[in-house]
Design a protein around this ligand. Structure first.
Ligand SMILES: [Zn+2]
Length: 294
């Protein structure tokens, strides 16, 4: 049976416009100080070789974040406490090799000549400014009646739980159900249901259509973008959450990825909006059971 639209909706902005709002928001987020701080953080703490990681843990089994004396000072305004002994690591020493035809735009060739011993210090050996926290996505602590609407119309069964393994919610592809964290505000629950609903529509591992299950970071970008568009349509502003969440997952390439996934995002958003606005029947494609929503 073909799906027929029972009622047409008149959004104040087209979904394309809303996608642009999202794009601009993410662009702004990626040029914010918070994002720059995050990049410094990543660059400082993810640069150790496997051998050095083993060596660090052998010398200090409880080490959490390690960095050199200067890196703590310059990057995080923290100083190594008096009397603390450094953790020895091996640092490669390179020599620049000049080639006759070396061009302006090429990086100079480098050869590894030897290793030298350097020292790093664990976070607990330092004091000063607190390390920045990177929970980019802000909780939406207010009420929204969209939660009731989503509960009444979402075709996937929704459960609430005290613990979702550190997440706000998840979609189970084995029984096509949504579980969300019970302690969230109604606005945040609505946002979360739409996000998981989008995963259910777009990312079923049983769907073998090409491109239907992209990399995890793109799946999160798609689900959260759908949530942003649907929420926006029903008057719930989730930008504080969405910009940070999407940037956190998709990073510097978020805007480009958003453009690539645009059609999939809009298609899923349209389906969800229609399932709320035409409450009587929702039909699914992609081999899911046809289901009547009451
Ligand atoms: Zn997700």
């Amino acid at each position: 049976m073909a799906y027929t639209k029972k009622q047409s909706y008149q959004p104040t902005k087209t979904k394309e416009d809303v996608l642009e709002i999202l794009e601009k928001g993410i662009e702004q987020f990626l040029s914010s100080d918070k994002w720059k701080q995050y990049l410094t953080f990543q660059a400082t703490f993810h640069d150790y070789s496997f051998n050095n990681c083993i060596s660090i843990l052998a010398q200090r089994p409880n080490a959490t974040y390690v960095a050199g004396f200067e890196a703590w000072k310059k990057g995080f305004n923290r100083y190594v406490k008096k009397g603390e002994k450094g953790i020895a690591i091996l640092l490669p020493v390179f020599k620049k090799v000049k080639e006759k035809e070396e061009r302006e735009d090429q990086k100079p060739n480098r050869t590894l000549v030897r290793f030298r011993i350097g020292y790093v210090y664990d976070y607990a050996q330092t004091a000063g400014d607190p390390l920045p926290e990177f929970s980019f996505a802000k909780r939406l602590e207010f009420h929204s009646d969209l939660y009731e609407k989503m509960r009444a119309t979402c075709p996937f069964p929704i459960r609430e739980a005290d613990d979702c393994g550190g997440a706000n919610g998840y979609f189970s592809y084995s029984d096509h159900s949504i579980t969300i964290l019970s302690s969230m505000s109604s606005a945040h629950k609505a946002r979360c249901i739409i996000h998981e609903y989008a995963h259910g529509l777009l990312h079923d591992p049983k769907d073998k259509t090409e491109g239907s299950r992209p990399h995890r970071s793109i799946r999160e970008l798609e689900a959260e973008s759908v949530s942003f568009i649907v929420s926006h349509h029903f008057g719930l502003d989730t930008s504080e959450y969405a910009f940070g969440y999407i940037s956190g997952w998709a990073g510097e390439n978020a805007v480009q990825a958003l453009k690539q996934s645009g059609a999939r995002i809009q298609n899923a958003a349209r389906k969800i909006i229609e399932s709320v606005e035409t409450k009587d029947e929702v039909f699914f494609e992609k081999g899911l059971n046809l289901k009547k929503v009451i």
